[in-house]
Design a protein around this ligand. Structure first.
Ligand code: F3S
Length: 278
């Protein structure tokens, strides 16, 4: 019989799991529930919630007055809360507490006249949300080259990081900033969930004969897991059990499984039980 092992950290992180549970409770108990942007980048999971009545919107204008709007784990800027209050919309705040902490730091330092620097990707919803706590005035740097854009006419600076930022890149950037700026406060707000998942995938891929990585084809954290695993062993990237040719696994005796941060448990369980039946 094939032996199957799941990486010690795989699938939803704490913040996504919390947000998905909050959203599920909402759609079970209420009608007229919206989510501002898709809850996660997993089309099977999004469909499950939509079938239950959740409507995905891109702006609060699309929500009925007095309805309920879920803020996903990435969080949003201050203006969204103000707008919701004006419209009588009830916010169900599923912002990950680690992201909330960054927003609080940014808000505090911005109000103390620090220039905010966010190390991250300017187009990522989490970064857009964080920037919304300093009136969208942060300087956003993704790499060393972007440091040329830092204005030097501020007395004090405060640096935070997108939770999924690569630690090596963050360290290189902050090392340089420390030399460039006189008064600067650093907050390494990188969340360990991504690192833990990558480390666990690496370790497991060294133990097994073949790895299955479950996650969206366009999910960047899933692609990263595929890359890490394929450095050690033959690796298949699938979105659901339907993508897996089970016959290919028959020649192996030990299968490892990991999953991207937006992959729900039920999709992982489906894959595991199908393989175990072989
Ligand atoms: Fe939160 Fe970290 Fe996940 S910031 S949403 S627990 S990756």
């Amino acid at each position: 019989m094939l032996k199957v092992k799941i990486a010690s950290y795989a699938g939803f992180c704490f913040g996504v799991e919390r947000a998905m549970n909050m959203a599920w409770k909402e759609v079970e108990e209420n009608s007229d529930v919206y989510s501002l942007g898709p809850l996660i980048h997993n089309k099977q999971a999004v469909k499950k919630y939509e079938d239950k009545g959740l409507k995905v919107i891109n702006s609060l204008d699309e929500a009925e007055n007095k309805s309920r709007v879920i803020i996903r784990s990435h969080g949003v800027g201050l203006k969204i809360y103000e707008e919701a209050k004006e419209k009588g919309i009830k916010i169900i705040d599923a912002t990950c507490p680690f992201v909330k902490k960054i927003q609080d730091i940014v808000y505090k330092y911005y109000n103390e006249e620090y220039k905010i620097i966010i190390v991250g990707d300017y187009s990522h919803p989490e970064v857009i949300g964080i920037n919304g706590w300093c009136n969208n005035e942060a300087v956003i740097v993704k790499n060393i080259e972007d440091l040329d854009n830092i204005p030097r006419n501020y007395k004090k600076y405060c640096v935070v990081a997108q939770t999924t930022m690569n630690l090596n890149v963050y360290e290189k950037i902050t090392e340089k900033l420390e030399k460039m700026l006189e008064c600067v406060e650093f907050y390494n707000t990188i969340c360990s969930a991504t690192r833990e998942r990558q480390k666990a995938a690496k370790e497991l891929s060294r133990e097994v004969d073949v790895m299955i990585v479950i996650g969206g084809k366009h999910s960047s954290n899933t692609q990263k897991l595929v890359q890490i695993c394929s450095e050690n062993v033959i690796t298949y990237h699938i979105e659901t059990i339907d993508d897996l040719d089970l016959n290919k696994l028959k020649k192996y005796s030990f299968v490892g499984i990991t999953a991207g941060a937006s992959t729900p448990k039920w999709i992982i369980e489906e894959v595991v039980s199908s393989i175990e039946k072989l």
